[in-house]
Ligand binder design. Structure first.
Ligand SMILES: [Zn+2]
Ligand SMILES: [Zn+2]
Length: 290
């Protein structure tokens, strides 16, 4: 029912206090889907999930009708690392993250492909594929699917061109894995999403590389970085370099069959999320009425 039900809109919600807090926050904002961290995203150590916490999370998700539930992996994980210590730590942490996502009954686990400092891009891609293969080894994934997110191409990041993601998908043909497209990252990486022809060109590239059917989630973020700036700076939708007109096209109907949109825009209070969500809803409504 997920894809046929129209747009499912959500935010990256806060887990302050307990994980189910994120679900309640998203529901309070009128969201149909949600993304969250399963733990502090900036540290290596994760506190163990208590059985009651898992149970509450699953029950609340059901009660609030949130679907899909998306977990974003911690930022320290670097699956493309050539340094053996970082690589081992990253594989271990990612494996643990997969386990947490399965226990919580999440649908997707989003991860950045990583940074290949000190080696060629192709080598970084191969290292990332190997790391993911090791992280899922022997794991019963159930309904969970991993999603590789396109990056802004900052520093030595890999995954900022869709062909990098396609190469990873190809190496991981037997792993349940797809793609999450972040609009701010794509723009910073040089894709021209702003003009109609630029967007059409990017979509054509997605079709011929990863394949549109592998794109399960869109991160709708504007950016303060000019096109090709290769830096990751999310901004309120419609107020950055991508702009309202481009977003109206992006959310309109047939372009992306993936109908789960997540906002990862800055928030000082829930008011910021309310404003960004209202904008997206208005764009969807105006696109639907054309
Ligand atoms: Zn991300
Ligand atoms: Zn993102």
């Amino acid at each position: 029912m997920r894809a046929k039900d129209g747009i499912r809109l959500g935010i990256h919600a806060s887990i302050s206090g307990e994980l189910a807090h994120a679900l309640r926050e998203a529901a309070e904002l009128g969201c149909q889907t949600v993304q969250l961290f399963s733990r502090n995203p900036r540290g290596w150590e994760a506190r163990a999930l208590a059985r009651a916490e898992v149970w509450t999370f699953r029950r609340e998700r059901e009660r609030l009708g949130l679907d899909p539930v998306i977990i974003h992996a911690p930022y320290l994980i670097n699956l493309a690392a050539v340094d053996p210590a970082v690589r081992e730590r990253s594989v271990g942490a990612f494996r643990q993250e997969i386990r947490r996502a399965i226990r919580l009954g999440a649908d997707y686990l989003v991860v950045h492909p990583g940074s290949a400092r000190g080696c060629a891009l192709e080598e970084g891609i191969r290292a990332c594929a190997r790391a993911i293969r090791r992280a899922v080894r022997g794991m019963r994934m159930g309904a969970l699917r991993l999603l590789l997110e396109n990056t802004a191409g900052q520093g030595h990041q890999i995954g900022w061109r869709f062909e990098h993601l396609a190469a990873l998908l190809e190496e991981l043909a037997d792993v349940p894995i797809g793609v999450c497209v972040d609009t701010a990252h794509a723009f910073a990486a040089g894709y021209d999403l702003v003009t109609e022809t630029g967007l059409a060109q990017m979509l054509a590239e997605i079709r011929t590389t990863v394949g549109m059917e592998r794109v399960h989630v869109l991160h709708l973020n504007d950016t303060r970085v000019p096109r090709g700036g290769r830096v990751d700076r999310h901004w309120h939708v419609g107020e950055g370099h991508i702009g309202a007109e481009a977003f109206r096209r992006i959310v309109s109907g047939a372009l992306f069959p993936a109908r789960s949109f997540i906002l990862e825009t800055p928030r000082r209070s829930l008011q910021d999320d309310r404003r960004n969500l209202a904008r997206v809803r208005a764009w969807v409504a105006s696109a639907a009425s054309v």
